[in-house]
Ligand binder design. Structure first.
Ligand code: PEP
Ligand code: MN
Length: 368
């Protein structure tokens, strides 16, 4: 499935063709449901790890909160019957202790738990002296440092087999996604920790099965190390996350449609041509920065002019007009409207900040 490249060696144990495919139901609901799902997954050669939640962090009480430690017996059977590795979510030292005792292969820390450094510290302490593989989901809100902090706490107690799981971030306004992917954060984590494997959970990003393929393909195109996907033998009957779980059949189709690409080029011709394109980008960036700096210089001059004439920085009419005309201009150049808006807002924010500095200085000078 995936061309061999520089993946950490320990990942091999959990991978098929150098890619980790973790699949299984959101929650373990009954022995029948767990075993039936696992037996279906065993038939799919790309799957290497069976996932399920024994303790479920539900937003409000009164819904299914997991089967608890009873489920470990079912997971033992999964291992015996399928040979798949098993992964569960832990949120406390007690969960860790039971998972270790029951020979779980991978434990993962859920988004809500990553958000709390106290919990992470306690979990880390309870893992001291072990070498189990731990995967850390990103926190609920887009705080990269909190995610990194959790990984660091686990690293500090001596764990060597740590991976991140990107599961998206809470949307504060309307979104098609259950959790916003924020690929910029995923990329930044990879840039800061190039040897850290980061896998992607497209099920919790998408929130509905129809969106999962698109998210997973994007993750693969951004060189994710693997996927964690929710699969249930009978999704319509699921006690949690019913709308985002694939049936085994749907999952098989989903895998067959994924396109895996190499992360490095094959030959010199490819490299030469890519370098060619890249030098074009380098030149355009040079011009882009010259233009942006030129624009900021004019904004600065306007700031001084406004200051001398005692008028406000924000001129609402002008800003509305800029937005309207530039969005149209962007469209003419084939640029995405949202992108144009974001770009303009960023430039405008910086221009305001430059002008505000000038105004403050100007006011100080007058008070002297
Ligand atoms: C889960 O994987 O079932 C889960 C609860 O995920 P998250 O922590 O990403 O919400
Ligand atoms: Mn779930």
């Amino acid at each position: 499935m995936k061309k061999t490249d520089n993946k950490p060696k320990w990942l091999q144990e959990f991978s098929v063709n150098n890619f980790i495919m973790i699949a299984g139901p959101c929650s373990a609901e009954s022995e029948q449901q767990v075993i039936e799902t696992a037996l279906e997954l065993k038939k799919i050669k790309e799957v290497s790890v069976f996932r399920t939640g024994l303790w479920k962090p539900r937003t409000r009480p009164g819904t299914f909160e997991g089967i608890g430690h009873e489920g470990f017996q079912w997971l033992k059977k999964v291992k015996e019957l399928t040979g798949l590795k098993v992964a569960v979510e832990v949120a406390s030292p007690h969960h860790v202790e039971l998972s270790l005792k029951n020979n779980v292969d991978i434990i993962w820390i859920g988004a809500r738990t990553t958000s709390n450094p106290f919990s992470i510290q306690e979990i880390s302490r309870s893992l001291t002296g072990t070498d189990i593989c731990v995967m850390v989901k990103n926190p609920m809100h887009p705080d990269l440092n909190l995610w990194i902090g959790a990984i660091e706490r686990l690293h500090k107690i001596g764990l060597k087999r740590i991976a991140g799981i990107h599961r998206g971030f809470f949307p504060y306004s309307f979104s098609n996604f259950r959790n916003i992917p924020r690929w910029d954060i995923f990329i930044e984590l990879k840039r800061l920790f190039p040897t850290l494997p980061v896998i992607t959970d497209p099920s919790h990003i998408a929130g509905k099965t129809q969106l999962i393929s698109k998210v997973a393909q994007m993750a693969i195109d951004l060189d994710t190390h693997g996927l964690m996907v929710e699969v249930h033998a009978h999704p319509a009957e699921a006690l949690s996350d019913s709308g985002q779980q694939f049936s085994p059949l749907e999952f098989k189709k989903f895998i067959s449609e994924l396109k895996f690409r190499r992360s490095v080029g094959l030959n010199k011709d490819f490299q030469r041509e890519l370098d060619n394109f890249r030098s074009q980008i380098d030149m355009i960036d040079q011009q882009l920065f010259e233009f942006v700096a030129g624009r900021m210089k004019v904004a600065k001059d306007i700031g001084e002019f406004k200051c001398r004439n005692d008028i406000t920085i924000l001129q609402l009419k002008r800003w509305a007009e800029i937005l309207k005309t530039r969005v149209e201009l962007g469209k003419e150049f084939g640029l995405n409207e949202e992108f144009t808006r974001k770009l303009l807002q960023l430039i405008h924010e910086e221009a305001i900040s430059i002008q505000s500095e000038i105004m403050n200085r100007c006011a100080e000078d007058r008070n002297k």
